[in-house]
Design a binder for this molecule. Structure first.
Ligand code: NAD
Ligand code: UDP
Length: 318
């Protein structure tokens, strides 16, 4: 089995590539390093069944099939990063998705789209089932990501309906773990970095907004199970345990033993007030549910960040 995986130098992509190699796949990984890092490729590059292609997939990719799968994970994913790369984010999820769907169609491959809980926007239905159509501001600062992913889903379903392409759409909820970029501005990486370097933890707003955090190994397991089942409709993957951001800050302080203070900063525009996946579909169709608690997952992630700190790679000033 041979797969093309875009976004391989990123957080989730690098974990997924390792898992696919372990399962015996041949993996062609593509990335332009816009938000990823070559350190995430360290465990991959020497593998005899791994090949890396340095390219911007927005303009397509000049590798040739046959592929069994085209897995499209390339996209900036953290709010500060996709807002710093607005046009690139829109394009990789629109033009990039188009080129990769064409590649899948022409090489007889199945197509897998990494979508997001952000398609639900600032949700008015809680928790969010796949049947909910969302509450997205189409012109707000987050729209470059949310609307791009909604378009990517629509294009994927159009290829399925028009050409009978075998597709999967996963709606990923907040995922964390080792190999997150300490400087990506996401809440887990930011709080851990701040706690380990003795700086204040920056809680946005009053910290009562909620998120549900899924450990990366659970996420990869869900993705693999979805590849193995013929489910063309979107599937939520995430951990349904919900925490306020203030609870997360306090847990990070407890687990790191840090005496950093908590400071409050303005809430970014259009920041969703609550988010929790309804994973009934994943439980029923994939027999999947998360196994790693937030406490355990944070412990493993903190251990990784400690190592990054010891290697001198942790930047001050996130
Ligand atoms: P990441 O930023 O760590 O990884 C994305 C990778 O894509 C990076 O290596 C980046 O360099 C690469 N990339 C971006 N644009 C590219 C382009 N035009 N051409 C080639 N490579 C390009 O992010 P992640 O957290 O690993 O997210 C992976 C995927 O999962 C994304 O599609 C994201 O939208 C989705 N997702 C992630 C989360 C999460 O919590 N981590 C939640 C929802 C959805
Ligand atoms: N957040 C925070 N402090 C930070 C970074 C983020 O309080 O330093 C909040 C952010 O406002 C949001 C939540 O944490 O309410 C999750 O943010 P993240 O950027 O990780 O992902 P999102 O779920 O918003 O895409």
């Amino acid at each position: 089995m041979r797969v093309l995986l875009t976004g391989v130098a990123g957080f989730i992509g690098s974990h997924l590539a390792l898992r696919l190699l372990d399962m015996g796949y041949e993996v062609v990984g593509a990335d332009n390093f816009s938000t990823g890092s070559d350190t995430n490729l360290r465990d991959l590059v020497d593998h005899c069944r791994f090949q890396f292609v340095h390219c911007d997939v927005t303009s397509g990719i000049s590798v040739h099939g046959p592929f069994d799968w085209v897995l499209h994970f390339a996209s900036p994913a953290s709010p500060p990063r996709y807002q710093r790369l607005p046009i690139e984010t829109l394009r990789v999820n629109s033009e990039g998705t188009y080129h990769l769907l064409e590649l899948a169609r022409n090489s007889g491959a199945r197509f897998f789209l990494a979508s997001t809980s952000e398609v639900y926007g600032d949700p008015l239905v809680h928790p969010q089932p796949e049947s909910y159509w969302g509450n997205v501001n189409p012109v707000g600062p987050r729209s470059v990501y949310d609307e791009a992913k909604r378009y990517a889903e629509a294009l994927t379903m159009a290829y399925h309906r028009t050409y009978g392409l075998d597709v999967r759409i996963v709606r990923i909820f907040n995922t964390y773990g080792p190999r997150m970029d300490p400087a990506d501005g996401r809440v887990v990486s930011t709080f851990i970095t701040q706690a380990l370097t003795g700086r204040p933890l920056t809680v946005y707003g009053d910290g009562c907004q909620t998120r549900s955090f899924c450990y990366v190994d659970d996420m990869v397991e869900g993705i693999i199970r979805l590849m193995e089942r013929p489910i063309q409709e979107p599937v939520n993957l995430g951990n349904p345990e919900e925490f306020t951001i203030l609870e997360l800050a306090n847990l990070v302080l407890e687990l790191t033993g840090s005496s950093s203070p908590i400071v409050f900063r303005p809430l970014p525009e259009d920041d969703p007030r609550q988010r929790r996946p309804d994973i009934t579909r994943a439980r029923q169709l994939l027999g999947w549910g998360p196994k790693v608690s937030l406490r355990e997952g944070l412990r493993r992630t903190i251990e990784y960040f400690h190592q990054v700190l010891a290697d001198g790679q942790l930047q001050a000033g996130v």
